[in-house]
Write a protein that binds this ligand. Structure first.
Ligand SMILES: Cc1cc2nc3c(=O)[nH]c(=O)nc-3n(C[C@H](O)[C@H](O)[C@H](O)COP(=O)(O)OP(=O)(O)OC[C@H]3O[C@@H](n4cnc5c(N)ncnc54)[C@H](O)[C@@H]3O)c2cc1C
Length: 455
């Protein structure tokens, strides 16, 4: 059980300037940034090898006004990006935090690219729902595993120490100042470490079934697709400290996870003109709204499953994702030369499927209000999918520089949070999540918390 106690009377056997809890994208970006700011930094990580939800992700980070976008001829600004975030989250976020994220992302991507040699590129061949510009940046395989490996290599090169197998349990604090923490090794031994600045980068509570059930009952029965070790200590510490915990019911779901293979199928198969049909061969919603809310839409269908239906051209675009290639290799992607053949292979009523695909309008909105720019053509592809919970988006409210705010709106002296430990900019539920909001918060707040010197 995570708790908060007064500082130990006899002090700490070891102390560092910046102590970071968690070695995912947020923790490692914070560590690189803190090191660059001249601080002595230590990361503690519960797992044997830091990976987190970051390693499970597609590793795509939205940013507006990057050098890479300029080179690709994409004219984008933080103002446009902030407006997209605001619109998707139905105006439920703190606008200052939205702007901080939108403004902070491009410098971080440029810095990771030039200073730390991460070979980012912009996704230029398809749109993500809600983004009015093409601004998703990813590494060559479009996988978070590659991102984590690259960040770990950068940490090694910069001499950042990451201590594994150490799970933070207790924070020591007096008033608004945190002085250190106690962490447990797998064999039960406890170590205490003092610090001048503490950055919480231990993500949210998606790996804690009880908290998910209590705080987001809508999605409690969905497949959990994130990192199991994210148990929600930041929420427990926040409650004990009097931190402003916001939007604890907010999360990112995903309604396009290959079932039963358990492989993420990129939403590009939908935005490029694909659709989802249920076991009756019928569409059931406006898929262009986004993949997060798709989880609930799919789970509400018979058997909690659906089929994503697209075509060979779209499969060619999706193939840039390592996950899609894996899905193909595992036989999750069905191919058919005609709709009848597709229906037979999927065991769907052929007449209904033919009618559904024929009803997709060439121009004008369909019955759900969705507009299509391209028609599906044979050969067709399909994947059986279900809805999953990817990560939680609520947490400690910060000031845009990662500094945690108290319920009275004033900042803590030296406590910072980023990534899933902090409240993101996805509003209060599942439909406010704009693609990439997860890593956006991880890298922007991580970077800014690392740079911070006002503690
Ligand atoms: C399948 C999938 C695809 C996704 N795709 C994208 C995407 O393309 N773009 C995007 O923006 N977001 C995506 N996300 C969301 C994204 O992965 C997360 O928002 C992001 O990784 C959060 O980063 P983090 O550093 O906060 O957490 P994590 O990467 O989860 O790191 C937290 C670390 O803290 C450690 N830890 C936890 N508790 C403790 C403790 N008490 N003591 C010590 N260590 C602790 C954990 O072991 C872990 O290593 C995706 C998520 C999933 C599951």
């Amino acid at each position: 059980m995570a708790d908060v106690r007064p500082p130990p009377a006899d002090g700490f056997p070891i102390s560092v300037e910046t102590l970071i809890v968690g070695g995912g994208a947020c923790g490692m970006v914070a560590a690189l940034s803190s090191k660059e700011a001249g601080q002595e930094v230590l990361v503690i990580e519960a797992d044997a090898v830091a990976s987190g939800s970051t390693a499970l992700s597609a590793g795509l980070i939205p940013a507006a006004g990057t050098t890479l976008q300029a080179a690709a001829g994409i004219d984008d600004t933080p103002e446009i990006f902030a407006a997209d975030i605001h619109r998707k989250a139905h105006g439920e976020n703190d606008p200052a935090l939205e702007y901080a994220m939108a403004e902070g992302a491009a410098p971080v991507i440029d810095w990771l690219t030039t200073t730390h040699n991460l070979p980012f590129s912009v996704v230029t061949d398809f749109d993500y729902p809600g983004h009015s510009k093409r601004r998703m940046h990813g590494l060559p395989t479009r996988s978070g595993a590659e991102l984590v490996d690259a960040l770990r290599a950068a940490c090694e090169q910069q001499g950042v120490e990451i201590v594994s197998n150490l799970r933070a349990e207790t924070l020591f604090a007096e008033g608004r100042r945190v002085s250190g923490l106690a962490a447990r090794r797998p064999d039960g031994t406890v170590e205490t470490i003092g610090c001048a600045k503490l950055i919480l980068a231990c993500n949210g509570f998606g790996g804690n079934r009880q908290m998910v059930s209590d705080l987001m009952p809508d999605i409690r029965d969905a497949v959990w697709f994130g990192h199991d070790g994210n148990k929600g200590e930041a929420v427990d510490w926040g409650r004990a400290l009097g931190a402003d915990l916001k939007h604890l019911g907010a999360y990112q779901g995903h309604g396009n996870v290959a079932h039963p293979h358990g492989i993420l199928i990129t939403w590009a198969v939908i935005t490029e003109g694909g659709v989802q049909v249920n076991l009756n061969g019928e569409r059931f919603w406006d898929e262009s709204q986004g993949y997060s809310e798709a989880a609930r839409a799919v789970l509400a269908q018979p058997n909690g499953t659906a089929y994503a239906i697209f075509d060979d051209r779209i499969a060619g675009i999706a193939r840039q994702f390592a996950d899609f290639q894996l899905a193909e290799a595992q036989g999750a992607v069905i191919r058919a030369g005609s709709v009848q053949d597709l229906a037979t292979q999927l065991d769907l009523p052929a007449d209904a499927l033919v009618e559904t695909l024929q009803a997709i309008p060439q121009d004008g909105p369909d019955q759900f209000g969705r507009r299509f720019e391209a028609q599906l053509k044979p050969p067709y592809c399909a994947v059986r999918v279900t809805g999953a919970l990817f990560h939680t988006q609520g947490g400690m409210q910060t000031d845009g520089h990662g500094r945690v705010l108290h319920t009275d709106g004033q900042p803590f002296d030296n406590l910072y949070a980023g990534g899933g430990a902090a409240c993101g900019v996805s509003g209060s539920g599942d439909s406010g999540y704009l693609s990439g909001n997860g890593l956006l918060s991880a890298v922007v707040l991580g970077y800014r918390a690392g740079q911070a010197t006002d503690y």
